[in-house]
Design a binder for this molecule. Structure first.
Ligand SMILES: Nc1ncnc2c1ncn2[C@@H]1O[C@H](COP(=O)(O)OP(=O)(O)OP(=O)(O)O)[C@@H](O)[C@H]1O
Ligand SMILES: [Mg+2]
Length: 382
């Protein structure tokens, strides 16, 4: 008899790879479904099925060979997951919540229904209907327009600040439109839950923006917050995972607004960019915690062992082709620098090729080293 069910992950990107790595010390059997075995998780899982996690038949056939299904990306076929659940498979996150979260419109309606603070919003079926609403004064500028489906990494988000932006920036298709928030800080809380109802949250993480380019430069942990703000962010995140009835991880992206209130931006029911540092700076990594959550095992300690700064390693803007990591050995010479390369053969401008977590006694020290890493380490072609 095995201690573990056979686990299937929809997706085999870097999050899948790191889930497989977390499964390895337990010899937990993990299988992945994705387009190619050459994807990051390919070499780290016990079984690989080539197919599309968006295709009903592929997900159904793959799922029928597993005991438990989970995801590393939201944009999967939830109809097939719902059928698998009916057939007796365990599916975490549950397909009903996943369908809500996948759609930014339904997600916002869920917050409204559960009294979870978020910015006011409306839904529009097309760009033309949104323009009409602006013209007749029912929708005022500024606002943020988000595609209801398939947005990620800020694609599918348009910030409209003036009438001129209407002609150049509006997105096609059904969208969710919300008030522009006056943001003081962007933070995230990764929270986990298991079937027994146990819930644990990691410390909030702060997104530090580049002073001039409008890009997240560093993710620092712990976030610099008052203790009331920290408690509010954590309690809100716990309330949301409970409301969705999710097992495994839920990453909650939050805004601290200029008025001092903490409101929800959006959530992701899976490991998240804002939890990478936990591999190197917490007793339990977010990946191990996800496995504990979906397997109904006791959740691990979320205690941080060190302050940390995480930097995404993005493909150099001027390079496309077979990747070479310039500056790698120089970075490894710096104490506390932990390099994670995802194993993507080809680099492209701004593609997520890896990340680096810098641990140090203080955040200030970690930030200094992170700046050095940023200057040294480059994903290029040679
Ligand atoms: N209502 C808002 N007011 C002000 N800024 C916003 C608002 N909504 C989003 N943003 C900005 O746009 C960014 C991306 O938005 P969002 O997280 O909804 O999109 P996304 O495509 O899921 O991005 P990612 O995958 O990077 O999380 C936010 O991190 C924030 O900086
Ligand atoms: Mg986001």
């Amino acid at each position: 008899m095995s201690n573990f069910p056979k686990v299937g992950i929809l997706g085999a990107g870097q999050l899948g790879k790191m889930l497989c790595q977390a499964a390895s010390p337990w010899e937990l059997p993990i299988h992945c479904l994705d387009a190619s075995k050459d994807f990051p998780a390919g070499p780290y899982c016990q079984g690989f099925t080539e197919g599309s996690f968006k295709a009903y038949e592929d997900v159904l056939q793959f799922g029928r060979q597993m005991d438990l299904l989970t995801i590393e990306i939201e944009h999967v076929n939830t109809e097939a997951l719902a059928v698998l659940q009916k057939e007796g498979k365990t599916v975490h996150p549950n397909p009903q919540s996943l369908s809500i979260i996948k759609d930014k419109g339904l997600q916002k309606q869920f917050y409204a229904k559960h009294n979870i603070p978020t910015s006011d919003f409306q839904l529009y079926d097309s760009k033309e209907l949104l323009i009409e609403a602006v013209m007749d004064g029912t929708r005022s500028i500024p606002f943020v327009q988000k595609s209801r489906l398939a947005g990620y990494d800020g694609k599918g988000v348009a910030v409209i600040r003036s009438k001129e932006d209407l002609s150049s920036k509006l997105l096609e298709g059904p969208s969710m439109v919300e008030d522009l928030v006056a943001i003081e800080k962007e933070i995230a809380v990764v929270v986990a839950r298991n079937e027994n109802g146990e819930i644990k949250a990691f410390d909030p993480v702060e997104m530090e923006f580049h002073p001039t380019a409008n890009l997240v430069e560093f993710l620092s942990c712990p976030a610099v917050l008052t203790s009331t703000q920290e408690t509010t962010a954590i309690e809100l995140s716990k309330k949301i995972i409970e409301a969705f009835d999710i097992c495994g991880l839920l990453a909650v992206e939050l805004f601290l607004n200029k008025a001092g209130a903490i409101i929800v931006n959006e959530v992701a029911p899976r490991p998240h960019n804002s939890g990478h540092h936990t591999i190197d700076s917490a007793i339990t990594s977010q990946y191990e915690q996800h496995l504990r959550g979906i397997l109904n095992l006791p959740l691990g300690s979320t205690k941080m062992t060190s302050p940390s700064i995480m930097v995404n390693l993005l493909g150099h803007p001027d390079h496309t082709g077979p990747v070479y990591y310039e500056g790698l050995s120089e970075c490894l010479a710096i104490e506390g620098v932990k390099v994670h390369i995802y194993g993507k053969a080809i680099t492209k401008p701004f593609r997520k090729m890896g990340h680096v977590t810098v641990i140090a006694d203080t955040l200030a020290d970690a930030r200094k080293k992170a700046k050095k890493v940023q200057a040294l380490l480059k994903a290029i072609t040679v």
